[in-house]
Structures are given as structure tokens and as C-alpha cells.
Design a protein around this ligand. Structure first.
Ligand code: COA
Ligand code: ZN
Length: 306
């Protein structure tokens, strides 16, 4: 029998990863109300936006208005992605709880995504940690941690080396991001076991994209290795605009459905989540890749007789 944790935290990234990859600019008021409703239905960590260049990601040009406009529920951590010190300053000025600073494990993706060499990003992260001080938590996301669409395989030691660097900086949390869905389950298990061995007290999150249909299999591998925190996106929206072939994150309602089906408590109302995904589909104006919203849950039975 698989030995799995009894609870897991599902972090919602629709307002950042989801909306950054949409063609259209979603209204600020809609973003705010979506974040508020996700918090109300039990999501405990929400990535609200990204404080990036509005030229790079015009879809999130309203970052300040979004963060200032949300109703901050107690017990919910509101985070935002930042690429550099300038972004961190903007986010801290809005009173964000946690900064999610991003750097890629592969040189080429870092250059395409952030216009910087990895060493320059590390310098930015050092400055962000210093600026955040003890007021604001700092997490680091390592993008392309399981493979790079330009460079292919990313050696595990490269990811571990970066992590060691962040540990020395006393960052509060780390996310391993599979930016374009290149991870496979035994790789995920191996990396996560290694992290548990070398950095057991780490607050580790896994961020999977379902680009090649391996998203939930990778979650299971992470769970089996003892990881209890996963990023996901309502409806399965999402993707990095600076990585060729990038598609949606793992879908939040599909993830919650799988976890609750295995009696791993998430604290999130699945039915409300599914109805929110339905509204999201209307708002973005195209079909979403999530499956449970379409099929119904495994607990929804059909009449035996017509
Ligand atoms: N927020 C807002 N504006 C920013 C900014 C930030 N965090 N960082 C830089 N800028 C501005 C600069 O002030 C400058 O403005 P100006 O043209 O009015 O003088 C302009 O952006 C260019 O600055 P520069 O330092 O030369 O940056 P760049 O053009 O090389 O872009 C990033 C670097 C990091 C700002 C940009 O690549 C970016 O925002 N990337 C985000 C990518 C992303 O979100 N990917 C998906 C998530 S992983
Ligand atoms: Zn992502």
C-alpha cells in the first residue's frame, strides 16, 4: 500500500499563471472577486498576480489594484510573483504576505523569461531577501526544474545547487516548477526524496503543468515522497508565455477531486470550486482543459433506470 500524507495544501495560481497566458486582459474587478471567492471556499494560499514589466505581461498590468482591492481573509497567505528587486518593492508596498521570486534552473529559459543571466537573477534574489527583511516572507520558484524546452534535461545537481544557495540566504520556501510539463513521476519522486534528505525542514511546493498529461501522476509521486504542497490552477488554465509549447497548470478541481478521493484533506469545497470553474470558462470565453468539471465527480451517480 502506498503511504501518503493525510492532508495537503493546494495553492491556487489562476490569478497569476492562469491569466498571464490568456490573450485578453480580464477585468480587474473580476480578478479581485475570483480571489475573494477562492479564499472563502477554503484555499489557504493564493498567488494573486505578478509584479513584472507590463510590457512583458500586459495581462497583469493591474497588479497593484488587484492586491489592494482584495479582501484579506485571516489564515490565507496572499503571494505574488516577482522577477526582480523592482517587482519586490512594488509588491511589498501593497502589503503582500509572500514574494515568489522566480529564477530558472536553465540559462536559456532564464534569459528568455527574465532577460537576465542566472547569476544576475541570484543577485536580484539576494537583494530581494534583504529588502523583505522579516516583514515579508520570501519563497523562490525554480522554473524548468525538471527539464527545459530549450536545453532539455536539467541535471538534478543543478537544482540542488541552486536550492543550497537559497538555503544559505534563509529563504522561507521553495517551489520546484515544471514549466513545460517535462517531469516524469520517478524523476519527481527521486528529486523530492533527495530534498527530504538534504533539507528536511524545507517548505517545499511542487508546481506542475499538465502539458503532456503527467500532471496528477507527478503529484502522486510527490505525495509518495512526502510533499504536501501543490500549485494548481482553476480550470487548468495557465502557462508561461516565454516558453514554447507551454500549456496549462494541473487543474485545481481535478487535483482536489483526486486528493479528497484518496482521503487526503484539502479543506476546499469541491462543488463550489467546480461551479467557480464554470464561471471562469464563461469569463475567458473558451473551453477549459479541466476534466472533473465536465464529467462530474466520482460521487455523482447516474440513475440506474431511465
Ligand atoms: N515591474 C515593472 N516594471 C519593471 C519591472 C517590474 N518588476 N522591472 C523592470 N521594469 C521596467 C523598467 O523600469 C524599465 O522601464 P522603462 O522602459 O520605463 O525604463 C523596463 O521595465 C525595462 O527594464 P529592464 O531592466 O531593461 O528589463 P527588461 O526589459 O530586460 O525586462 C523583466 C526584465 C524581468 C522586467 C521582464 O523580463 C519581466 O517582467 N519578465 C516577467 C516574465 C514573466 O512574468 N514570466 C512568467 C512567469 S515565470
Ligand atoms: Zn507555471
Amino acid at each position: 500500500m502506498l503511504s501518503l500524507p493525510r492532508t495537503a495544501r493546494v495553492n491556487e495560481v489562476v490569478a497569476r499563471d492562469g491569466f498571464q497566458n490568456e490573450r485578453q486582459f480580464l477585468p480587474t474587478a473580476y480578478k479581485i472577486s475570483l480571489i475573494n471567492r477562492l479564499a472563502e471556499l477554503g484555499v489557504r494560499k493564493i498567488e494573486t498576480t505578478a509584479f513584472v514589466s507590463p510590457k512583458a505581461v500586459p495581462q497583469l498590468a493591474d497588479a497593484e489594484q488587484v492586491v489592494r482591492g482584495i479582501n484579506r481573509l485571516q489564515g490565507v497567505v496572499y503571494s505574488a510573483l516577482v522577477p526582480n528587486l523592482k517587482g519586490a518593492g512594488r509588491a511589498i508596498a501593497c502589503g503582500i504576505d509572500e514574494l515568489n521570486v522566480v529564477v530558472s534552473a536553465s540559462t536559456t529559459h532564464n534569459q528568455k523569461n527574465l532577460g537576465m543571466r542566472v547569476e544576475q537573477s541570484l543577485e536580484q534574489i539576494r537583494a530581494v531577501v534583504e529588502t523583505a527583511g522579516t516583514r515579508t516572507r520570501v519563497g523562490v520558484s525554480i522554473a524548468t526544474a525538471f527539464g527545459c524546452p530549450y536545453e532539455g534535461e536539467v541535471p538534478r545537481d543543478k537544482v540542488l545547487g541552486l536550492a543550497e544557495h537559497f538555503r544559505a540566504l534563509s529563504v522561507n520556501a521553495l517551489t520546484l516548477a515544471d514549466t513545460t510539463g517535462m517531469a516524469v513521476p520517478d524523476q519527481v519522486y527521486g528529486v523530492c526524496r533527495k530534498f527530504a534528505e538534504v533539507w528536511p525542514e524545507l517548505d517545499l511546493t511542487l508546481h506542475f503543468h499538465n502539458t503532456r498529461g503527467l500532471g496528477l501522476a507527478n503529484v502522486l509521486a510527490g505525495l509518495a515522497a512526502g510533499v504536501t504542497s501543490f500549485d494548481s490552477c482553476l480550470g487548468g488554465l495557465g502557462g508561461c508565455p516565454f516558453a514554447p509549447g507551454a500549456t496549462g497548470n494541473i487543474c485545481t478541481e481535478d487535483l482536489v477531486h483526486m486528493l479528497e478521493g484518496m482521503n487526503i484533506a484539502t479543506g476546499i469545497g469541491l462543488r463550489e470550486l467546480i461551479s467557480l470553474a464554470g464561471e471562469l470558462e464563461q469569463s475567458v470565453g473558451h473551453a477549459l482543459p479541466g476534466q472533473v468539471a465536465r464529467a462530474g465527480t466520482r460521487w455523482d451517480l447516474h440513475p440506474k433506470e431511465e
